[in-house]
Write a protein that binds this ligand. Structure first.
Ligand SMILES: [Zn+2]
Length: 545
């Protein structure tokens, strides 16, 4: 997902950001009860493992009303009589069935504790039908659910609920650690409209009462927030990339524009497959779906609202003349298929696993499509957006989404890490191996660091820690003794054991030095003014004395 929404929201979110930064400084906010309920992997979440969802709903656009049920299958990991699910408090729980038994439940804020009359045995597979109804509210950073109209006045209903939570519109186990293995979606909508959701289109059925039901099958694990409704007067066209189905949906008036702009999807997918391995959701296909908001990485159903123009909302996103060469939303949101959807952060605290990596994938795309020079320009263009005020990682289990440094500083850090590895062949192999090793898994940053340490045979933990667990950049301190042709140098960093190689000297004559937090001395024939540091390759601060 993108941090900013529209230019109006940029101003709003900046205001909010500063308010938030002031409120959070120096100590993070104490999590509310709602944050604990949403964020904690509690006893009653950890006692079960999700297997599948079957969400069967009817959407009434005129009444802004949803009703239906989610059949939730799960395996018990220990003996217990209670599980924890989530549904926003403004939605009604109609009944919860376990076979023919109606279950008792209690609600606290957005949480529904479901109680079973008899012990569910460890290892047993259980299934409940969770019936609900109500009018989900339009709220949160991206609307959650919105009942809009397209420019021709037809209904256009979309969901984008990352952050606020999928339980804003349907009942589920609303956290990121546990995913279902597969899911079915049945969405009944007025017959003049089409629902485009995730996964493979199975079929549609005229229900004979003015509604048509659209059936979708998701044959891979999926995050709750990726599950999406896109209900509108959609036109459809399709293409293939080898044996991967590409399906495109747009408003009928935008068909020509969409055909032109969505042509960028194919070379993008080819580039990502080259660097990150095969598209992870091949059986479900790849879709781009026009929506009224900027875009979202909905798995195998990427939503698109970038005005069929290059750049981001018709602006040069990184301001260095590169981003107008491509459609930012197609590239960024699709990168999440690898980073976020296939490899998922098990807690929102470590969400840079999605956003830092998807942002870095933009840089990889630029390198693949244009040049390494453009890629460096583009990547370093992100420096203007970094704040270095809060660490990228937040406290786990407190429902605390990291600030926007997770995107831009995250990408600049990965560019730095590539320079630390300093061998492109090894770097690309590392990325491919990382995507393969954690495919369809939910991981924490520690898993990622352990993998990079093992694969490189280096202790990169202090470097990861400095960039992710601290707000400040490492500073390369240089003290010149021009009279005897030497310079002393060291890192000033929060992490005591911080040690990172860095290239110094000048373009065409870079020399790699190995500073630590202790002073070292080297000979140089360069004067202080001519002594350069490769700050395009390493995101650091330099202090010359
Ligand atoms: Zn994103």
């Amino acid at each position: 997902m993108r941090f900013h929404h529209t230019s109006r929201f940029v101003v709003l979110s900046l205001v909010l950001f500063f308010a938030l930064a002031a409120a959070q400084s120096p100590a993070p906010q104490t999590p509310s009860r709602a944050d604990i309920l949403r964020g904690e992997y509690s006893l009653w979440r950890a006692n079960n493992d999700l297997l599948s969802y079957d969400l069967d709903i009817r959407v009434n656009p005129d009444k802004k009303f949803i009703s239906g049920k989610n059949t939730i299958r799960f395996k018990m990991l220990k003996d217990d009589t209670r599980i924890q699910l989530d549904l926003f408090a403004n939605l009604n729980v109609d009944k919860i069935l376990h076979g023919t038994t109606e279950l008792k439940y209690s609600r606290e804020l957005g949480t529904v504790f479901v109680d079973f009359p008899a012990m569910l045995k460890k290892g047993s597979v259980q299934s409940i039908e969770f019936y609900y109804s109500g009018s989900p509210k339009e709220t949160g950073r991206f609307g959650g659910i919105s009942y809009g109209k397209d420019p021709a006045g037809r209904h256009w209903i979309t969901t984008a609920c990352e952050g606020i939570g999928a339980s804003i519109w349907w009942p589920n186990k609303d956290q990121q650690r546990d995913e279902v293995e597969h899911m079915q979606l049945h969405v009944a909508v007025p017959s003049s409209l089409t629902d485009v959701s995730n996964g493979r289109f199975v079929g549609k059925k005229d229900l004979g009462d003015g509604y048509t039901r659209y059936d979708w099958n998701i044959s891979y694990p999926i995050n709750n927030y990726n599950v999406s409704l896109n209900i509108g007067a959609y036109e459809h066209f399709s293409d293939r990339l080898g044996d991967l189905m590409l399906d495109y949906y747009c408003l009928p008036e935008n068909l020509d524009k969409a055909k032109r702009q969505f042509a960028q999807a194919k070379p993008m997918l080819e580039a990502f497959q080259k660097y990150f391995g095969e598209y992870p959701f091949k059986r479900d296909g790849y879709k781009l779906i026009e929506v009224p908001y900027s875009g979202m990485e909905h798995q195998s159903a990427v939503t698109y609202g970038n005005k069929f123009a290059n750049g981001y909302l018709e602006r040069d996103w990184t301001g260095v003349g590169v981003s107008l060469k491509f459609d930012f939303i197609i590239i960024h949101e699709s990168a999440h298929e690898w980073f976020g959807n296939s490899i998922t952060a098990a807690d929102v605290s470590d969400q840079w696993i999605h956003e830092g990596w998807a942002t870095y994938a933009e840089c990889v795309y630029v390198e693949a499509m244009f040049s390494r020079e453009d890629a460096l320009k583009y990547t370093n263009g992100y420096k203007a957006k970094v704040r270095n005020r809060q660490p990228i990682l937040t406290k786990p289990e407190t429902n605390q989404t990291p600030g926007q440094d997770q995107y831009f500083k995250g990408a600049l850090f990965l560019n730095t890490l590539r320079s630390v590895v300093d061998n492109d062949q090894r770097w690309w192999k590392l990325l491919r191996d990382y995507c393969k090793r954690f495919k369809y898994q939910n991981i924490m940053n520690d898993d990622l660091v352990a993998f990079f340490n093992k694969q490189t045979g280096k202790n990169l933990t202090p470097i990861f820690d400095q960039y992710l667990r601290h707000a400040a950049l490492p500073v390369l301190e240089l003290k010149f003794q021009e009279s005897d042709g030497s310079v002393t140098y060291r890192w000033k960093a929060d992490v005591k054991e911080f040690a990172m190689p860095v290239k110094v000297g000048g373009k065409g004559r870079w020399q790699t030095i190995q500073p630590t937090t202790e002073w070292k001395t080297m000979k140089t024939d360069l004067k202080k003014a001519d002594f350069e540091v490769a700050t395009d390759l390493y995101y650091i601060e330099v202090s010359k004395q």
